[in-house]
Design a protein around this ligand. Structure first.
Ligand code: PDD
Length: 310
């Protein structure tokens, strides 16, 4: 007998709904204008003691929900929840999908949250009365596999042609979509973008370079999305006694880097070993990558212990 595949439960406007039944009206401004904000929160299932039961940790949850609030504020959408409300929603959503057999009890989850300005007759300016649409889903978190960890990934470069509010985690992602497609068409992992000769970021990740043992990243500005891993890597660099500096990185410096790293919720930290077909440094993931990756795993375990003892 074939086993039925469990159906995911998603959150839509105040209720958990089977994915196949979740509907939004076609006049939702998220659909019409890409008028919305999103977040991607990694929710790890981590054992507090070896062999013990797992606790579920929205990793760096405070920072993710603060960024969500900032993005909503920047585009004038009223926040539907505060941090405690978001945490409760995420916990309920993940638990429901574990109970439904969609997520294994020990599986890490990728929680996607989207808020749009809501449903209104089409017109560019904000509608006088619209209730934000709130949607969330929890999928298994697919982290880079062993081969990508061991050998790193390949990237190409392209001119950054996106708008200049990249600091807002907007669902208007066509510029990013085209960059991801550019990478796909070149058979590589990501596109690393340059604006006016300076490094910005990848299609869905922040980018870092290493030179002579020091770590560098473009400064926080409207040219990049400040990843939650931006602040985290600053902390981890300090923990590992790796000097960090935020400053503009020119194209030549990017191409001459000893190491290039990408970070995001779904990649954690990953080494880039070639750029436009040219080897980066030794052509293998380097020592700064290895130190930061190990520190990242320690930070996850620390947060699990803190959640457990809270
Ligand atoms: N993207 N820059 C861009 C353009 C991104 O889309 C992302 C993440 C990041 C890294 O942010 P963080 O460290 O908070 O994940 C930087 C998510 C994962 C996505 O769109 O799926």
């Amino acid at each position: 007998m074939e086993r039925a595949i469990a159906e995911p439960l998603v959150w839509l406007n105040g209720a958990l709904t089977p994915l196949s039944e979740a509907r939004i009206p076609v006049l939702d401004r998220g659909f019409i204008f890409g008028d919305g904000i999103y977040e991607v929160v990694p929710v790890y299932a981590l054992p507090v003691e070896a062999g013990g039961a797992c606790v579920r940790v929205p990793f760096r949850g405070a920072q993710h929900f603060a960024r969500l609030a900032r993005s909503l504020d920047k585009v004038g959408i009223a926040a539907p929840f505060d941090e405690a409300g978001w945490r409760a929603l995420v916990a309920r959503l993940v638990e429901a999908n574990v109970a439904a057999g969609v997520l294994a009890p020990d599986a890490h989850a990728n929680v996607y949250v989207q808020i749009t300005r809501g449903v209104a007759p089409r017109g560019h300016a904000f509608p006088a009365h619209a209730t934000p649409t709130v949607f969330a889903m929890a999928n298994p978190l697919v982290l880079p596999g062993a081969a990508q960890r061991e050998h790193g990934v390949h990237c190409v470069t392209a001119e950054d042609r996106r708008w200049l509010h990249c600091d807002i985690k907007s669902t208007s992602l066509l510029g990013n979509v085209l960059m991801a497609q550019h990478a796909a068409e070149h058979g590589v992992y990501e596109t690393i973008q340059l604006r006016d000769g300076f490094l910005t970021e990848a299609s869905s990740a922040n980018v870092w370079i290493v030179k002579d043992g020091a770590l560098y990243a473009p400064p926080r500005s409207e040219r990049i999305l400040e990843g939650i891993r931006y602040g985290l890597l600053e902390e981890l660099a300090q923990e590992c006694a790796i000097r960090f500096e935020a400053r503009d990185i020119g194209e030549t410096e990017l191409r001459n880097a000893d190491e290039i790293l990408v970070t995001s919720a779904t990649r954690e930290v990953l080494a880039v070993v070639s750029l436009d077909g040219a080897r980066v440094g030794s052509g293998q993931p380097g020592p700064v990558y290895a130190a930061l990756y190990a520190a990242y795993q320690r930070a996850k375990a620390r947060e699990a212990r803190n959640v457990h003892s809270a």
